[in-house]
Design a protein around this ligand. Structure first.
Ligand code: FES
Length: 279
């Protein structure tokens, strides 16, 4: 028996929002045949906001708890807010999950992303990853693109830990060396075309690039909600910023910092960047 905390047990024993939303506007159907987990998420969306969310899950206690937590988390969110939800946000609702069960939270995030793609008439993000990348783990068909994405979102540095999130490396183990070199390259910032943007930059160029991304990619997103952001300082890979307007008063500003500010800076400048809010 896994050592689950009270929150996980509560969501498992009394799951919230079980079932299917009638006349759903979005459906996210994902399954992990390897461990037998499957999740169907249905959403009711009105005026761009999720007004109802329900789930049907086949799986273990942590899969059910993650699904229940996911539905509670996304109800009331706009689609733009929901698409930034990470598996770590689901874990935060639960307090914690055993490392070996983190893939259940990833399944929740993937169901949400699939539902949003369905609402927009697009292909699920995972399908894009599979077409884009090189298959690294042949046992489970996991690509380098997916490994980088999951490693970045969950700060994974050891190949052995990847299997807890997406199964890669959890079969014959023949891909573990390859996974480790992908992770090493990712955290050095020299693996993958998008991740190498800061390679060879001088300090001045790096500062200018960070300022450019803040102005062009991040500020417009925050200003849509009446917020803003100012660069305070850069110390190595630590970027200190101050939130302005509504963002500064928002109780979920830590999510904005991680899911918007840090995510964009890592995407456009360097995956090694960490962001800290200065009040
Ligand atoms: S090839 Fe990845 S576990 Fe076998």
């Amino acid at each position: 028996m896994w050592d689950y905390n009270d929150k996980v047990m509560s969501h498992f024993l009394k799951p919230q929002n079980v079932g299917e939303v009638e006349n759903a506007d979005a459906v996210g159907d994902v399954g992990n045949m390897t461990c037998g987990d499957a999740l169907k998420l249905t959403l009711k969306i009105e005026g761009g906001r999720i007004v109802d969310a329900k789930f049907k899950t086949f799986g273990c206690a942590s899969a059910i708890a993650s699904s229940s937590a996911l539905t509670e988390l996304v109800k009331g969110m706009t689609i733009e807010e929901a698409e930034k939800v990470t598996n770590q946000d689901i874990v935060d609702v639960l307090g914690e999950l055993p490392e070996e069960k983190m893939h259940c939270s990833v399944m929740g995030m993937e169901a949400l992303q699939a539902a949003i793609a369905d609402y927009r008439g697009e292909a699920p993000p995972d399908a894009e990853d599979e077409h884009e990348g090189r298959i690294v783990c042949t046992c489970f068909g996991v690509t380098d693109v997916k490994i980088r994405k999951i490693a970045k979102e969950n700060n994974i540095k050891e190949a052995e830990n990847v299997k807890n999130y997406c199964k890669a490396g959890g079969g014959c183990g023949g891909c573990l060396d390859d996974i480790q070199s992908i992770l090493d390259g990712l955290w050095r910032g020299d693996e993958g075309s998008d991740d190498s943007a800061s390679e060879g930059m001088s300090i001045v160029q790096k500062v200018m690039k960070i300022q450019e991304v803040l102005e062009k990619e991040i500020k417009p997103l925050l200003e849509r909600d009446g917020g803003g952001i100012e660069l305070v300082d850069i110390q190595g890979d630590l970027v200190k910023v101050s939130l302005r307007g509504r963002c500064a008063m928002c109780p979920t500003s830590h999510l904005t910092m991680r899911n918007v500010v840090q995510e964009k800076l890592r995407e456009f400048v360097s995956p090694a960047l960490e962001v800290e809010e200065v009040k």
